[in-house]
Design a protein around this ligand. Structure first.
Ligand code: BGC
Length: 796
């Protein structure tokens, strides 16, 4: 008996010793022992850490990780390595809120997330403090739902209004893009969750997005497509960046050493990780070259990629130093995450508090495009005719089936969406029952019909893709006239849906279709005949044609896709509870073809045709490659410089009050220019003003747009008669143009004109400053185009 006990004790002691020695030899990851962990890793573990783990796209046999680590509906993970105490981290879309499955099998709890305003709406607030608060709320929901990284912000430039994902992006201008993104990122990361700023880079179209070669000059790349990312990297240190699907000047982004290492890391000092957009093994590129280029994490990741990395090191094609460098960056990222820090997530974020934030953010992002004096309604600030609007007839199917956001990976599953009907009702405004009845029944019918007819192979028709746009119904003028008899005013909602994988069509999506135009005409005729106002609400993530019909309604509100509180936000503006202060972050052209980039944009007749040649043998524009012939003349840089008429200029938006701009000053101080101006509310209602600082550079070696946005600020809510002095600093390096010949940024010496405006076409005050000597900043010589581009110039 004694002997048995002794033997058991010895065995226990030996086991304990072995575990202790093993634990000593196998370090468990901490923030301060990354070197030790790296040393202890086998080649297989290193390779594994560079390839995405469990994800929602492949079944378990095809994934590297443990499926239990994934949050249901999240996009993917980085894999766990339990032997070294390395947890999986969870990556979720993004960017307008946390995109996870709202319900789970055999689980009564729900997992709805707040749908915040989409990118264009957020940017249109021009309010970095407010966007920071939205970021905080999103960061909070990310970690409360056991996720680590939100796959956003979307930072591609609105090169052309037809891009299907413009709704996720901010602007045609890189400064707005960079500043708004930095505010969002800082907000998320203040919560201890991470972001993945995407899609790096030049992912300005959806058609052929996994194949297209975006051919762009070094100058346009640096000044426009990369500048926003540069600002965000420098001002907010994103934990991660997502490399895009497309090629840039011949190389796929995820294998593009110039982009991911020379520019991102060497020139800008980026310290985080780069993960690929969700393609896994990509034809035409090896995983080895992605590791070498500096793409640290392959998403969503497949086991064969792990084997490829191992084989690459063994056969000498891949230097273990490159692997170690990326693994180190992965470890540095992992120790920051909520999963690593064992954040006690609740699965119960404060959706009520976040609803208040999204409501306010949407209010500030919605842009009042036209107001003949009818708005606001029912307010002390209303004109005589608008003081008592008790009943509003609602036309357009999206009044009742309101779009809170777009489709694809950018679509969020909110607990509810406040449509126009509900928003008005909450504000004490009723709607006659006939229209409500017609539209409700129609939408029900359209939904069932769509479901019955959708093609199982067309992913963009599936439920998870998001809300669909149904055709408008024809209403006879008699029905409309009857409404004009019953209601005090009319609202027509013009809805547009768009999203991932598909660009927009000019005839049916950018332009209004005949049924919509007829609806606007008929409603305006009927209501105006009895002296009642008509408001058009645009419920679209991006720009539509307005010039042909904007003369008819009394007011036009661009509500974008303003998140789940949309109807309430719009009602706040209609009733003057909030004074509109949103401003456009992109030009609204008269026609889509007015943008010079449309010439090289894949147009509707090319959609889903994956052959790169037209029947007559000519290449299809925007397939296989896209030439950026408009070069630096994107958006207002083109319209303003070339004197083209537009529907609404960049920066445009109306208010219910008026503002006076003082005489500004502009002083060169150290390495920046300080612009100071005082803004006074001269109207009778409290409101905020967006102050935009445009700068014209002196003539020098490089041709430049007539003027470019170099700073902006939004006032706080100014009471009538109240003033605020705004001080804005422009770093001299942000005045620069990119000098390709010398691979450098160049701010030329000479006199600069500062034009401060309410939009680019409405300059209210001017000042001058002088740079006595040129500023230069060397960069790497990266992303040289492989073909000559026939770029647009003012003087040819
Ligand atoms: C999209 C990304 C998204 C990812 C994960 C891709 O198809 O382009 O924006 O984050 O899927 O869902």
């Amino acid at each position: 008996m004694q002997i048995i006990k002794l033997k058991t004790a010895t065995a226990c002691f030996m086991m304990l010793m072995t575990t202790t020695i093993y634990a000593q030899q196998v370090p468990q990851l901490r923030a301060d022992n990354i070197d030790d962990v790296l040393k202890a890793m086998t080649l297989e573990e290193k390779a594994k850490l560079l390839v995405g783990g469990a994800n929602k796209f492949f079944s378990s046999s095809a994934v590297v990780g443990n499926e239990a680590t994934l949050v249901q509906g999240a996009a993917g993970t980085s894999p766990e390595i339990p032997r070294l105490g390395i947890p999986a981290t969870v990556l979720t879309d993004g960017p307008a809120g946390v995109r996870i499955d709202p319900t789970r099998k055999d689980d009564t709890q729900t997992y709805y997330a707040t749908a915040f305003p989409i990118g264009t709406c957020l940017a249109s607030t021009w309010n970095t403090e407010l966007v920071g608060r939205v970021g905080e709320a999103i960061g909070n929901e990310t970690k409360e739902y056991r996720c680590d990284v939100i796959l956003g912000p979307g930072m591609n430039l609105h090169r052309n209004p037809l891009c299907g994902r413009n709704f996720e992006y901010y602007s045609e201008d890189p400064l707005v893009t960079g500043k708004i993104a930095a505010a969002y990122i800082n907000g998320v990361q203040r919560q201890g969750a991470g972001v993945s700023a995407k899609h790096f880079a030049v992912n300005s179209q959806e058609t052929d997005r996994t194949g297209v070669d975006e051919r762009v000059s070094q100058r346009a790349a640096r000044e426009l497509y990369l500048r926003g990312f540069e600002i965000a990297v420098r001002e907010s240190n994103p934990w991660t960046i997502m490399s895009s699907y497309n090629r840039v000047n011949g190389e796929y982004s995820m294998g593009n050493h110039d982009l991911l290492t020379k520019i991102l890391r060497d020139d800008w000092g980026f310290k985080g990780i780069v993960m690929s957009d969700w393609i896994g093994i990509r034809r035409g590129l090896t995983t080895v070259s992605e590791v070498q280029a500096g793409n640290d994490l392959m998403e969503p990741g497949q086991p064969a990629q792990v084997q490829e990395i191992i084989a690459g090191v063994k056969n000498g094609h891949l230097d273990i130093k490159d692997v170690d460098r990326n693994v180190r960056r992965m470890l540095e990222y992992i120790v920051k995450t909520p999963s690593f820090n064992k954040y006690p997530y609740t699965n119960k974020p404060d959706l009520k508090a976040h609803a208040a934030i999204t409501r306010q953010a949407a209010c500030e992002g919605i842009v009042l495009l036209k107001n003949n004096g009818t708005l606001p309604w029912n307010s002390q600030f209303s004109t005589h005719n608008s003081q008592s609007i008790k009943t509003v007839a609602l036309f357009g199917e999206n009044s009742y089936d309101f779009f809170s956001g777009g489709t694809g990976s950018g679509c969020v599953h909110p607990p509810y969406v406040v449509d126009m009907l509900t928003g008005l009702k909450n504000a004490g405004i009723a709607s006659p029952e006939t229209m409500t009845d017609i539209y409700r029944k129609y939408i029900e019918y359209a939904r069932v019909k769509f479901q019955a007819e959708r093609h199982p192979g067309k992913w963009f028709q599936q439920e998870y893709f998001g809300q669909q746009k149904y055709p408008e119904i024809g209403l006879s003028p008699i029905a409309i006239e009857r409404e004009a008899g019953k209601a005090d005013a009319a609202i027509i909602t013009i809805g547009r849906q768009a999203g991932e994988g598909i660009d927009r069509d000019i005839t049916t999506e950018f332009n209004l279709v005949p049924e919509e135009k007829a609806l606007i005409m008929d409603v305006c005729n009927a209501f105006h005949a009895v002296g009642k106002p008509v408001v058009v609400v645009i419920n679209s993530g991006s720009v539509i044609e307005t010039a042909s019909w904007s003369g008819y309604p009394d007011a036009i509100i661009c509500a974008w896709q303003p998140g789940m509180e949309g109807g309430n936000s719009i009602a706040d503006l209609l009733t003057g509870k909030v004074c509109p202060s949103g401003r456009l972050t992109m030009t609204w052209p008269l026609a889509a073809t007015d943008h010079p980039s449309t010439k090289n944009f894949p147009l509707n007749d090319d959609l889903f045709s994956f052959s790169n040649m037209k029947n007559d043998g000519r290449p299809v524009p925007g397939h296989d490659f896209t030439n950026h012939e408009e070069d630096i003349y994107v958006g207002y840089r083109y319209f303003d410089t070339f004197g083209r008429t537009v529907a609404y200029p960049f920066g445009y938006g109306l208010s219910y009050t008026t503002f006076d701009y003082s005489k500004p000053t502009a002083k060169v101080t150290g390495d920046g220019v300080t612009v100071t101006i005082t803004i006074k509310n001269t109207g009778s209602m409290a409101g905020k003003e967006v102050v935009q600082v445009y700068v014209s550079a002196p003539e020098g070696q490089l041709e430049k747009p007539v003027k470019e946005l170099k700073a902006f600020a939004k006032t706080h809510e100014l009471q009538p008669g109240e003033s605020q002095t705004l001080v804005m600093t422009i770093p001299v390096r942000l005045l620069a143009s990119f000098d390709e010949a010398n691979s450098q940024w160049l701010s030329e010496a000479g006199a600069y004109n500062v034009q401060i405006g309410a939009n680019i076409a409405d300059v209210r005050a001017t000042a001058q400053f002088k740079l006595t000597k040129a500023y230069t900043e060397k960069t790497s010589n990266a992303l040289q185009p492989k073909q000559k581009l026939n770029v647009l110039r003012q003087t040819k």
